[in-house]
Write a protein that binds this ligand. Structure first.
Ligand code: DGL
Length: 265
């Protein structure tokens, strides 16, 4: 019998859609629920205790409501702060999103890597640990940008960016002492791959960007190996914890990414 249980993707906003895309390519018949905690957005400027308290409770409610087979925390900020607590609270597989420092270290020729994330992510000990384990022979420079999260949300609402906005974000990373040697940039916030083309266009020299999307798709495939899926692709459901005008403006972008149905939690 077809198993209709969905895979639930969770982020503060639309960033997790960058994780959905490779997962959908890998599992075209998998039913998806996409949850944006718009009432808690943005996460990147909140403090750790707040996120650690909020995310497990919310995911518990969502697991009861949507009965997913697997949850993907498609948010670096929530994953680097709350992944162990979520796993302890829920009795189903939970995949997290952590900065792709390991593949970046494998790619870098200059041995200088840039990590672009939210303010909350770039200050996490989790990032120090990844850098020590996988990039110990690299200089790892970091920059937290709340502005880039807003630029990604605005793009998906169909709004035009202010001139120079992407260049200013990049300058925060590349303009640091030693930043001129960066050749690989880790998109350590799931919002950022959504504006990777704009970042690349704003750069004054070629940069390579890397994120966790492909790795997460492979992990979902491995964890659902042998499970059944509906016979044909099903329309996805997008869920917002606050559904106002800003969220309604995302409808065309969500429909275009396989989520024609929007509902409040
Ligand atoms: N998309 C989220 C991340 O990957 C956070 C964006 C935000 O709410 O600040 O970190």
């Amino acid at each position: 019998m077809a198993d209709i249980r969905p895979i639930l993707f969770f982020d503060s906003g639309v960033g997790g859609l960058s994780i959905v895309a490779p997962a959908r390519a890998a599992l075209p018949r998998a039913p998806f629920v996409y949850v944006a905690d718009s009432a808690g957005f943005p996460y990147g400027t909140r403090d750790e205790a707040d996120i650690a308290a909020r995310v497990p409770v919310l995911l518990g409610r969502l697991a009861e409501r949507y009965r997913p087979r697997l949850i993907v925390i498609a948010c670096n900020t929530a994953s680097t702060i709350a992944l162990p607590a979520v796993r302890a609270a829920l009795d189903l597989p939970v995949v997290g999103t952590v900065p792709a420092i390991k593949p970046a270290a494998a790619m870098s020729k200059t041995r200088t890597i840039g990590v672009l994330g939210t303010d909350a992510t770039v200050r996490q000990a989790y990032v120090d640990d990844l850098a020590a384990r996988f990039a110990s022979d690299c200089t790892v420079l970091r920059h937290g940008s709340a502005a880039l999260v807003e630029l990604a949300e605005a793009k998906l609402r169909g709004e035009a960016p202010v001139a120079g906005a992407f260049a200013a974000v990049l300058d925060g990373l590349l303009g640091q002492p030693g930043g001129e040697a960066i050749d690989v940039v880790v998109n350590a916030c799931t919002h950022f791959p959504l504006v990777e083309a704009e970042l690349a266009a704003a750069a004054t020299r070629p940069l390579r960007f890397v994120d966790g999307g492909e790795g997460i798709a492979r992990r979902i495939v491995a964890l659902t190996q042998g499970q059944d899926w509906p016979d044909a692709p099903t329309a996805g459901v997008a869920v917002f914890t606050r559904l106002g005008e800003r969220e309604a403006a995302l409808a065309p972008a969500l429909t275009g990414r396989g989520f024609p149905w929007i509902e409040p939690l």
